[in-house]
Design a protein around this ligand. Sequence first.
Ligand code: UDP
Ligand code: MG
Length: 327
Amino acid sequence: MVMLPSICPKLSIIVPFYNEEESIGPLYAAIVAAIDPLNISYEMVFVDDGSKDATVKLATDLARSDSRVRLVKFRRNYGQTPAMAAGIAHARGEILVTMDGDLQNDPADIGLFLAKMDEGFDIVVGWRHNRQDKLVSRKIPSKIANRLIGKVTGVPIKDNGCSLKAYRGSLIKEIPLYSEMHRFIPAMASIAGPKIAEIKVRHHARKFGQSKYGLSRIYKVLLDLMVIKTVASFTSRPLLWFTLLSLPLITIGSLALGYALVGAASAGTSLSLPLAGSGLIFLASSVILICGGAFGEIIYKSGDMRQSEFSRLTQRIRSGAPALRES
Ligand code: UDP
Ligand code: MG
């Protein structure tokens, strides 16, 4: 029996596609084969991220022939995170599942995610324990990155990069997503205190097309990690964050300048200009950083950022009030 989507289906499956013409048809068929037997109302939100091949035509045909398929089209390629963010914004489901469009994730696992959500978890994260990707360019950097992300964010997830994840719609819709941050949604969401579970999922080697990423993602991930640490810990206290950042500069600058001055005074020689100059540069940089923090503080105090639900969540956690929790 085909269940037509109600206004708010139980489940939305969000899939970004960028030049995945060979995969989109088989993936649609695999989703239908996996979810129909669960007898729940669901929709598929396909996002075409500016594909140049036949992906968009095939997606349009699917949307025409099956009302459970909704298509969001980008005019150009924006990237996986904006595509996912658009899918999340358009999804109407109570539970949102995200996955890749290249058949590397398996829709047959979605049932496990729903069962875990029914146990009361707010986010369920897939773990590609048997990952079918290259060792040196993929698996090793990813292992290191996951360790680092766990340490910095305090959310020890084994496989942040696995796109197959499930979220309560009301929670995920409040998380701001930009840059390459789709990998960090659980870490970003963690400030709202959700219950997070991790389950093993299948992972298949890419059959068609090729990966859209190379090693360049490493530095993007590192930058995003810094942004997340800033947002998650210091959104409402930018001055504190910038002051902490400037502490090493103040220390090095003071030591260099002090050493140059004391050395010159005690030996009766002239001041070492390179040393004193470097000290001054470090001290000046720290002043610039602190000024940046002060600006951030002023903008935060007067801006409308405080009105957003995301910011209110941070405040609630910080003041010790109960975190957001779906009933
Ligand atoms: N993707 C996208 N926009 C991009 C890059 C990727 O929508 O600019 C989609 C892509 O079509 C796939 C998913 O994001 O469905 C994951 O991409 P990919 O398989 O290249 O990443 P990998 O599995 O190699 O990490
Ligand atoms: Mg892939």
